[in-house]
Design a protein around this ligand. Structure first.
Ligand SMILES: [Fe+2]
Length: 171
């Protein structure tokens, strides 16, 4: 789901263990992408430049966690239509779990790193509606677009809240 983000992140300074996970993860993401492309009859050719990813681990971990969570929501939708692709959902659940663990590890120490992670979550979340909009722009999704967008944003908000990246506001 987040192939380029994962590729780009491997160039960053990440904790031991994470790099190994990212390498395996990249293979799975490439496999998923192929399945999506053959399913939709499209190709993501042309996207050769890697996106710029943050170099601070506290920020990068939050971004990867967010993108994986987003990927998981799309995988859920996909599997609703194509139950034979359940393995994608299972892989994505593992990816989300991995980064959720990393984010919790950052938050549990508190201090500057935890504050930085929470700030990163806030600014990532601010940009999320536009990202989701882009993913849902296919004409065939028009009748469900509003509902899908609300559902996905809510799922991400709940996740960020439960993990402790955001706090619930009164009122
Ligand atoms: Fe993933």
């Amino acid at each position: 789901m987040a192939l380029w983000a994962v590729r780009s992140a491997q160039a960053q300074d990440v904790p031991p263990g994470v790099l190994q996970f990212l390498r395996r993860h990249e293979e799975e993401e490439a496999q998923h992408l192929k399945q999506f492309e053959s399913l939709l009859g499209v190709s993501s050719h042309g996207k050769t430049a890697l996106p710029r990813m943050p170099s601070q681990w506290r920020v990068l971990a939050v971004h990867l966690y967010g993108y994986e969570a987003l990927g998981l929501e799309f995988a859920r939708l996909l599997v609703g239509l194509r139950p034979d692709l359940t393995s994608i959902l299972e892989d994505e659940a593992v990816h989300v779990g991995f980064f959720e663990h990393e984010v919790r590890a950052i938050l549990v120490h508190g201090g500057l790193a935890a504050d930085g992670a929470r700030q990163a979550a806030q600014s990532w979340r601010r940009r999320l509606p536009r990202t989701v909009e882009r993913y849902l722009r296919d004409e065939s999704l028009a009748p469900f677009r509003d509902e899908l967008r609300e559902h996905i944003l809510h799922a991400i908000d709940m996740r960020f809240l439960v993990v402790g990246l955001t706090v619930r506001h009164e009122g």
